[in-house]
Design a protein around this ligand. Structure first.
Ligand SMILES: [Ca+2]
Ligand SMILES: [Ca+2]
Ligand SMILES: [Ca+2]
Ligand SMILES: [Ca+2]
Length: 270
């Protein structure tokens, strides 16, 4: 997953607070930190634990964690769009304005600026009330495609086209791995849900869904911390594994969540 996680993030890279993925590893115990990573403090982890625990029973499970993650991801994307609109001193953007001032922030899966034609295509998909302008809510899918099925499908389609050397609308493992590959052989096998030996656009969509990476990190976290294996993690269980957690992918999510909830609080610099 290493190359893959990094590759699928660019659309959201602009949303600094949402950059939650560190280098992936199947072993949550591996040190995956990079020099510019910050780690959450024990206090931050404990505070976030309390907020994730929606039924207030003192422990959190995957459902509670992902509900929390979904809420913050959407709120962060909205906040980012609000800041973009505020910086442009407007409440909505036309296609012209989008091309001129915003499109450089909307990048393709490979991190490059989108061609003008593609910007127009996405504008039309995003303009759900067809009034020729994007308001805050309509802008969100531009930066957070997984919030809108049509946008997600478009992004996956563009990604597929960029790698589909023989133009048959599917990616073989060779096409998937070629050049600046989208992942490794294991990633390919995982994405090929119907086992057809090729990926179609729908199968590629999960590459673009940031939620999938968060969920994977949180599943690893539960395996790591859930000492009594009841599927729930208490704050004490998190405390007991603090050192390992701070080196795991999940640490970056906790940092992003803590920063979102309390931007004034600094995380520990490495
Ligand atoms: Ca709970
Ligand atoms: Ca509109
Ligand atoms: Ca192909
Ligand atoms: Ca397939």
């Amino acid at each position: 997953m290493v190359a893959l996680c990094r590759k699928v993030m660019p659309i959201l890279v602009v949303i600094a607070a949402v950059v939650v993925l560190a280098l992936a590893s199947d072993d949550p115990g591996n040190d995956i930190r990079e020099p510019d990573d910050v780690i959450p403090t024990q206090q931050q982890i404990s505070q976030v634990h309390g907020l994730i625990d929606s039924d207030k029973d003192g422990k959190i499970n995957l459902v509670e964690i992902m509900n929390f993650s979904d809420t913050i991801a959407l709120a962060t994307a909205r906040q980012y769009c609000a800041e973009v609109l505020e910086s442009l001193e407007t409440e909505s953007v036309t296609l012209e304005r989008l091309k001129k001032d915003v499109s450089k922030m909307v990048v393709s899966s490979d991190g490059n600026a989108l061609p003008e034609e593609e910007v127009q295509h996405r504008f039309l998909l995003a303009d759900s009330n067809n009034d020729g302008k994007l308001d805050l809510e309509e802008m969100v899918p531009l930066f957070f495609p997984e919030s809108n099925p049509a946008m997600l499908s478009r992004v996956a389609h563009v990604l597929l086209t960029s790698k589909d050397q023989n133009g048959d609308g599917k990616l073989t493992a060779d096409e998937f791995l070629s050049g600046d590959g989208l992942g490794d052989q294991d990633d390919f096998a995982k994405l090929d849900r119907d086992g057809s030996g090729t990926l179609d656009a729908e199968e590629l969509e999960s590459l673009e869904v940031e939620r999938n990476y968060v969920q994977e990190a949180m599943q690893d976290l539960i395996i790591l911390a859930d000492k009594d294996a009841d599927g729930h993690i208490t704050s004490a269980e998190l405390d007991a594994k603090y050192e390992e957690i701070s080196r795991s992918r999940a640490a970056q999510d906790f940092v992003a969540w803590a920063d979102y909830l309390d931007p004034s609080q600094e995380s520990d610099e490495l």
